[in-house]
Design a protein around this ligand. Structure first.
Ligand SMILES: [Zn+2]
Length: 720
């Protein structure tokens, strides 16, 4: 035998598999190959090659080397690093890295167009087709469907030369960005930060900068200058901009396209598979030089990555909670280190982790103090709901309603912020007191009035709202408890009958295009009151928005987990920062039952430093992040007994290591999900401990049986 190729497959397998390299194939590390697995052929990547002399066991042979270029060695290194860090199988991040490779290629497609020739014979059916063809260029079958006629009518018009078929080729190469175009005029504060970032990029190598600037201070323009420097200095350099929400991508893509006169690659779950394939191939070939995308863009096979920007770096959506569990901000820093690239973390409310790294000098700290242009920070007031509660069955307090009235009278806009989808978070029976829950999950069902359904936000389970209580059969006994955005919308409509009210949540805005449309409608002043979840709290500029009302400022504090206060501060600072842009002063009102809480006081005083100092102090005392590290083990099983035994066994073999404390097992707060019982361990470690290695060693000591599943979450954000 000549050589053995160790092939990494995009599957949750603990390690790479060995295959024989066929004579003459001459594989290299990173090559993409087809390898037999059971009866199938799978795409895999050569992770290592070694001499096969002395190996006697029979090995299957690599079937073929694929046409796609080899994965760059640093991409492969990153995939393996990420797996080790997350204590998961390397095939999991590899599957994300190969996602674009498995998408179908774009094909040329045919559309029908008018030729300008008049039909010899006009019929009502033919007229409908001509009208539909004038409205949009569609493929023949879709045109017939759009016109509501049979395919024969379209064919007849094609035969007569009234319509013609045109073939549209798939999009060609990516446009080359022009880094030498002039950017926007920067304020003094922006210019200073941009200079610092340019120096950092020019120096080259791995460095991290925290770009810390209040809402509206113009961070995007600043990091685009760093991108221009990277792209201009090296004709093959690539830049990645990561965003937490798909809703934000369109705005950032438009700004990148304007700045560099080239459309960047777009990467997120809404991008159609052929377009994804195009970005993946463009990134791998080096032709796609700027990518704007969601967290999984981090795994794209970049050839020469020189700059990674993580915008809104504090945002919890960067944490992937299912499947391969990772935090994109942390992995972005790791990828930057492996690639020798600069990393920019941008936020108006940086995470405590990043602030700590900036304070200790591990990150460069660039502060943007002044607001861009002439806009001023909003005035923030607390509405004490104990003093001025809303009327019974209502959620907007008299002071907020009065402020809304004044704002609307001036022809300005109101944003009501409530981070809760649907109509009511809880439905219960007033006859028997039973709460409506999902059948196989112990979470409450959320009422959605638009769809008339009760929905489990955790699993997606839904059912029509029953007419009678499923438990006691009482008729019309179900009552909706508490508000969601739909209910606040209803209240706003009833209070201000003339106002145009709209809802922005993931139930009303399904994709990037719909988000863009709603944002444009709001920006154009065609909405008076926008009721929104956090989807609208970020990044958008609405010049006529001068009042932000936070319906339930205490909502995020109720869970009481490690980051509850930090998250609440960040979210509400972002939401209230929407008020008042350009020359109009803004105002924000926070409805709270906890006006004395440190978070509310810090928000009202706009004193981030005091809040951060207090929060850091508490974390340091408890040895919690960023002063210590956490990991969670989530074990689950359909069989409660077997789960119990597994957790007991796991607890017994926890390695005894100085600086590490293991808590649990305990029932998870969500103790039943999709029919599986769940238990959790929490591990706290000093910063000096290699927590990933500790977790890997622990898990190796006990093997789950039957349907028991174990997931490890390094630096958990969810404690449910
Ligand atoms: Zn009942």
């Amino acid at each position: 035998m000549s050589r053995i190729a160790s092939i990494l497959l995009p599957l949750p397998l603990p390690e790479a598999f060995d295959y024989a390299e066929p004579e003459g194939m001459e594989l290299s590390v990173g090559d993409q190959v087809a390898a037999p697995l059971g009866p199938n052929l799978m795409r895999g990547v050569v992770a290592a090659l070694r001499d096969g002399a002395g190996v006697n066991r029979p090995l299957k042979s690599v079937q073929a080397r694929l046409d796609d270029p080899a994965l760059p060695p640093k991409t492969l290194e990153f995939v393996q690093w990420a797996a080790r860090y997350a204590v998961d199988a390397p095939g999991q991040p590899l599957a994300i890295a190969l996602r674009g490779a498995r998408a179908p290629k774009a094909k040329p497609h045919k559309v029908v167009e008018l030729t300008g020739r008049a039909p010899a014979r006009a019929t009502p059916a033919r007229t409908k087709v001509l009208e539909a063809a004038a409205a949009a260029a569609l493929p023949p079958a879709e045109l017939a469907r759009a016109a509501g006629v049979s395919g024969g009518v379209v064919k007849g018009l094609l035969d007569d030369g009234v319509l013609a078929v045109r073939t549209i080729a798939p999009a060609a190469d990516f446009e080359m960005p022009d880094p030498h175009r002039a950017g926007q005029t920067l304020s003094a504060s922006q210019a200073a930060a941009a200079d610092a970032l340019r120096d950092l990029v020019r120096a080259g190598g791995f460095q991290v900068a925290l770009l810390d600037g209040v809402t509206g201070s113009g961070k995007t323009e600043v990091y685009l200058e760093a991108a221009a420097e990277a792209l201009g200095a090296d004709p093959t350099a690539q830049v990645l901009i990561l965003l937490p929400e798909i809703a934000l991508t369109q705005a950032v893509i438009a700004r990148v396209a304007t700045r560099f006169a080239a459309q960047p690659g777009e990467w997120h779950s809404d991008v159609a598979p052929p377009a994804r394939r195009r970005v993946w191939e463009g990134v791998l070939s080096g032709g796609c030089r700027i990518v704007v995308g969601a967290r999984s863009a981090l795994f794209l096979p970049f050839r020469n990555l020189k700059l990674v920007v993580v915008d809104e770096e504090h945002d919890g959506s960067f944490k992937q909670e299912e499947g391969f569990i990772y935090h994109a901000r942390d992995l972005a820093v790791a990828r930057g280190k492996i690639e020798g690239a600069g990393v920019v973390l941008a936020s108006a409310t940086p995470s405590l982790e990043s602030l700590r790294n900036a304070e200790t000098g591990r990150y460069h700290w660039l502060k943007l103090a002044a607001r861009h242009g002439t806009a001023r920070l909003p005035e923030i007031g607390l509405v004490d709901l104990r003093e001025t509660p809303p009327e019974s069955g209502r959620w907007l307090s008299p002071p907020l309603v009065a402020a809304m009235g004044e704002t609307l009278l001036r022809g300005e806009q109101v944003l009501l912020f409530l981070n809760r989808r649907g109509y009511a978070p809880l439905v219960l029976c007033k006859a028997c007191g039973q709460r409506m829950t999902a059948p196989d999950t112990d979470s409450w069902l959320v009422e959605h009035r638009y769809s008339g359904r009760l929905v489990c936000h955790l699993t997606g389970f839904s059912m029509p709202k029953p007419a009678a209580c499923p438990h006691c059969a009482a008729k019309d006994s179900l009552v909706s408890i508490g508000p969601g955005v739909e209910r606040v919308e209803e209240e706003a409509r009833s209070l201000f009958r003339q106002a145009r009210v709209a809802v922005f949540s993931s139930d009303t805005v399904f994709d990037a295009r719909e988000a863009k449309r709603l944002v444009e409608t709001m920006a154009a002043g065609e909405i008076d009151v926008l009721v929104a979840t956090q989807a609208a709290a970020k990044g958008h500029n609405f010049p006529k928005l001068t009042l932000v009302g936070v319906v339930d400022a205490d909502l995020g504090l109720r869970g009481g987990d490690l980051r509850a206060a930090e998250r609440t501060y960040q979210l509400l600072a972002q939401a209230t920062g929407r008020a008042g842009r350009r020359d109009r002063p803004g105002r924000a009102l926070l409805q709270t039952y906890l006006p004395d809480h440190a978070v509310m006081q810090a928000l009202a005083a706009q004193d981030r430093e005091a809040f951060v100092a207090a929060e850091m102090g508490e974390r340091e005392l408890a040895g919690l992040p960023p002063f210590g590290r956490l990991a969670a083990v989530i074990a689950s099983d359909v069989d409660a007994q077997r789960l119990e035994e597994f957790c007991r066994a796991m607890a017994e073999v926890a390695p005894n290591t100085p600086g590490v404390e293991v808590y649990g097992p305990a029932d998870a707060p969500l103790s039943l999900v999709r029919g599986r019982r769940r238990k959790r361990f929490l591990v706290r470690a000093d910063r000096s401990v290699d927590l990933s290695a500790y977790m890997a060693a622990w898990r190796a000591r006990v093997r789950p049986k039957g349907a028991t599943r174990v997931a490890i979450d390094i630096d958990p954000y969810s404690f449910l």
